[in-house]
Write a protein that binds this ligand. Structure first.
Ligand SMILES: [Zn+2]
Length: 606
């Protein structure tokens, strides 16, 4: 386990658990009470921590967009809501995913009564195969479409059948130890999204993440306002709600409006349509298929997750498409360009996904040609902007016209804007409020919004991952910390077998056995061409002096690789080039020497 290296200044009043000096919660309590006494602020009864308090612990998702996971504990019982992953940023080379640190849950796995998943997006289900086995495979409870996505994911990791995946309906009542759970449907960019009303011995909690109020949803199933209002009338001690768009005023546009734009766009395009979207955005995919059918286009689906999710959604009736509208790519030749639409993944510029491969010109079946129009129907997740921008430039260089969010309203968010967030507070009338799901500044903005709704500042709690909101039977709340609960991140690398600690060990093993081989490429930043011969540094692999021929051949191979990538006249993508050089030269060295040194390509831009 390693901590993400982002800077986080210490919070006032609360000591963070971490590698530096750790103050126990008891010490913090004593200090705070001294301050309170000295300043005359100690007016309420003394709050004491006990097993008979409800403890709410965000394990992830309150300092970032992604890796959503929350634990609730009362007495001997723990329930867990969501198990998501986050995607790494540029500062984490070699890392594929980030998941929450679950050491505390692992130590208390016998007390876990169940895992509830709110909906099928990766930032809510992605970590299931990594975490569920470590927690002793507790039962999972979720709606039908989400259950199918979770099962598919477990199947990919050969873990299917270990945990019981229970399908619930939105009207079911679940009793898990001290917790009673009821559900209400919300709108989001994927069907079967639910909020939860959790009845606990100290009061009721509403947990609602990834939602918006869409009065004209594509599937016709609107948010259950009546239920939310009823829960509100029963009394809500704490509301936990989605902060993703807390800085955006007004209301989030209805998904149906996007359908109209897609329809208009299809009407105008003369050549092929290439439509990139999240493979989980079933409503958007429905609107794409509707437009394709209306304008008489056959559809080619590319990308494994897109194919899988469409199959699942079709089999469960969440997607309705014209029979025989999907064709194989080989059949495309039989149709003119204006009768073809291609549906692909990769709207976030992800290296391995369909659209990035199309944009690099190395997709197996889809080659861009003049007259194509590429529609990117998503807005960038923070951190992906550069990759997306380079991908769009490559598409235009190859001859495609490009439509994306900035040129046309081709995407709407699945997350509530300010007016919707306020309405949720008005309906639930919570005593306490805890903004969740977002980076710290979004969470603070959501707290500010709560103040305008009359919730006192002292009743609003913006926590960090691993902090605890404790609520007692006297309906008091306070933030505490428990040194046993760690709040770090676990990094998953390409092998999907663990955290970065193991990766470091593996690297050391490679270097110990076969040494290290560094390739330094000095490249022209404008055209990606080599400025001079690549430099080679070898340590523990071969003695350079006695292997002039091999070194010369490697330099030649590197030059060939850089040139072949440069020939495509594409926007330079150093990360991609480094990967290619590492893989190809690694293979080349193995063929020549039967050894696998650690190959480290270094790019110097001039
Ligand atoms: Zn979502």
């Amino acid at each position: 386990m390693m901590r993400r290296q982002n800077f986080r200044p210490p919070r006032p009043n609360h000591n963070r658990s971490g590698s530096t000096a750790v103050a126990t919660p008891q010490k913090t309590d004593r200090l705070e009470s001294l301050i309170e006494k000295a300043t005359g602020l100690l007016t309420t009864s003394r709050y004491t921590s006990s097993r008979q308090n409800l403890r709410i612990i965000p394990m992830g998702g309150v300092e970032e967009v992604g890796e959503n996971m929350t634990a609730l504990e009362f007495g001997d019982d723990i329930i867990v809501i969501d198990m998501g992953l986050a995607f790494p940023d540029d500062t984490m080379p070699g890392i594929d995913y980030i998941i929450p640190d679950t050491k505390w849950l692992e130590e208390n796995k016998r007390r876990i009564r169940g895992v509830i998943i709110t909906h099928g997006h990766l930032d809510h289900i992605g970590a299931v195969p990594y975490i569920l086995p470590k927690l002793g495979d507790p039962p999972v409870y979720t709606m039908a479409l989400t259950a199918a996505f979770v099962k598919k994911r477990l199947e990919e990791f050969s873990l299917l059948g270990r945990s019981k995946i229970n399908t619930i309906t939105k009207d079911d009542v679940l009793a898990l130890g001290n917790f009673k759970l009821r559900f209400f449907r919300v709108n989001h960019s994927i069907p079967d999204s639910v909020g939860i009303c959790i009845t606990t011995p100290v009061g009721q909690v509403i947990y609602v993440t990834d939602w918006k109020f869409d009065h004209t949803p594509v599937d016709g199933k609107a948010t259950e306002f009546d239920k939310i209002a009823r829960f509100g009338a029963e009394g809500i001690l704490l509301l936990m709600s989605d902060s993703t768009n807390a800085i955006k005023p007004g209301y989030c546009a209805s998904e149906r409006e996007i359908g109209l734009t897609i329809d208009r766009t299809f009407n105008e395009i003369k050549g092929r349509v290439i439509f990139a979207n999240f493979s989980t955005s079933i409503s958007r995919i429905q609107q794409f298929f509707d437009a394709a059918a209306k304008y008489n286009r056959k559809v080619i689906v590319t990308g494994r997750s897109m194919v899988n999710n469409i199959e699942i959604a079709l089999s469960l009736g969440y997607l309705k498409i014209q029979p025989k509208i999907i064709i194989k790519s080989e059949q495309a030749k039989k149709f003119p360009d204006n009768q073809i639409a291609i549906l692909t993944t990769g709207a976030q510029g992800e290296d391995a996904a369909g659209l990035a491969r199309i944009a690099r010109g190395d997709h197996k079946t889809v080659k861009i040609k003049k007259g194509d129009t590429t529609i990117v129907s998503a807005s960038p997740i923070p951190g992906n902007e550069r990759a997306i921008s380079a991908m769009l430039s490559n598409l235009t260089r190859l001859g495609s016209h490009v439509i994306y969010n900035k040129t046309l309203d081709i995407h709407t968010s699945g997350h509530a804007h300010q007016e919707e967030l306020k309405l949720m507070m008005a309906l639930t009338k919570p005593k306490f409020f805890m903004p969740i799901h977002g980076e710290h500044h979004m969470i603070v903005a959501h707290g500010e919004l709560a103040k305008t709704m009359g919730i006192p500042e002292t009743n609003i709690f913006s926590l960090d991952n691993g902090q605890i909101l404790e609520l007692n039977s006297a309906k008091e709340a306070k933030v505490t910390e428990d040194p046993k609960i760690s709040s770090g991140y676990v990094f998953i690398d390409g092998l999907g077998i663990g955290d970065v600690g193991e990766v470091v060990i593996r690297d050391r093993q490679v270097m110990a056995q076969d040494g290290m081989f560094v390739i330094i490429m000095t490249l022209d930043r404008r055209n990606g061409k080599l400025i001079n011969q690549p430099d080679i540094i070898s340590r523990g692999f071969i003695y350079m002096k006695g292997n002039d021929d091999l070194i010369r051949e490697v330099k030649h191979e590197v030059r060939k690789l850089v040139e072949s990538k440069g020939k495509e006249k594409l926007e330079p993508n150093w990360a991609y080039l480094r990967n290619i050089v590492r893989d190809e030269i690694g293979e080349y060295l193995y063929q020549k020497t039967e050894r696998r040194p650690m190959v480290l390509p270094v790019v110097i831009e001039i």
